[in-house]
Structures are given as structure tokens and as C-alpha cells.
Design a binder for this molecule. Sequence first.
Ligand SMILES: [Zn+2]
Length: 163
Amino acid sequence: MRILRYPDPGLKQRAVEVDPVADPTLRDLVARMARAMYDAEGIGLAATQVGVLKRVIVYDLEDGLHALCNPRIVERSDDLEEGEEGCLSVPGISVPVRRSASVVCEGVSLDGKRVVIEAEGLLARLFQHEIDHLDGTVILDRLDPEQRKAALKAYHEAQSQSA
Ligand SMILES: [Zn+2]
């Protein structure tokens, strides 16, 4: 499974909600996404990043593989935190992104069970980053124009060096 790279137009697409009970292909999708994520040594991946417009994410913060369908932020802290973020679709750079410091994320498991996760720190950041992907937003879109310009320059340099 190939991971799309910025500026692939697929990354700008909005994914649609899924019904894990009615969609038997999701388990296979999750397995393939997990393989792509681990191969790229990432900690999270959204289905839009592999060109599949379904609201599915996988992640592993060194505590095993998790998959979540239809994730959404139902509560967020007022306090924001800036942190460096990388992205498998924008490889070679990291940029400072301001996110809610803690969130409550709700979703559905592959078994169709409702899941509610209280997250802070890296996990809170990960949920916001991956849900952004499902809405067609990448980290570069979270920067102000000056930061974005610098980030794009660094990105293009990183790409030409790895090519
Ligand atoms: Zn990403």
C-alpha cells in the first residue's frame, strides 16, 4: 500500500463515515494500513493517506496496534500546546503545530463497539493530526503563511535530496 505524498490531490479529499459491521473489507484495510505504517516507521496513519476515503485510522504509540473508525473529537481542552509534528505524507520535515493539549475522542471499533478515549500529550496530538487527514487537511495547512513558505522550501529540499 503506497502512502500518498504532498501535494497529491488525494490528501485533500474528505473521507466518509463507515459502518464496520456492514463493511467486511475494513479488517483487510486496517491490516494493510498497519503494514504501511510500520514499514514507514510511523506512529499513525489515516485511510486518506493511502487513497481510501473511509474514516479509519490506525496508530501505535509503542503499546500495540489500534484501529478506530469514525473518530471525532467530542471534547477539547481550552489550553493549546505547540509541538513538532512530522507526517508520513510530508516526509523529511517536522513543523510546529498548535493543538488542544487534551481531547476526548469518540469512535467505533472494528467490532462495531462505541469507544471513548480520553487523551493527552502525544495521543491527543495524534488524534487531531489523523482526524485532520480524514478531513483533507495536512500539517502544512495548519501553519501561517510565513511558516508554510519556509516549511515548503524545506520539504522540497528534503525531497530533492532523497530522490
Ligand atoms: Zn500525517
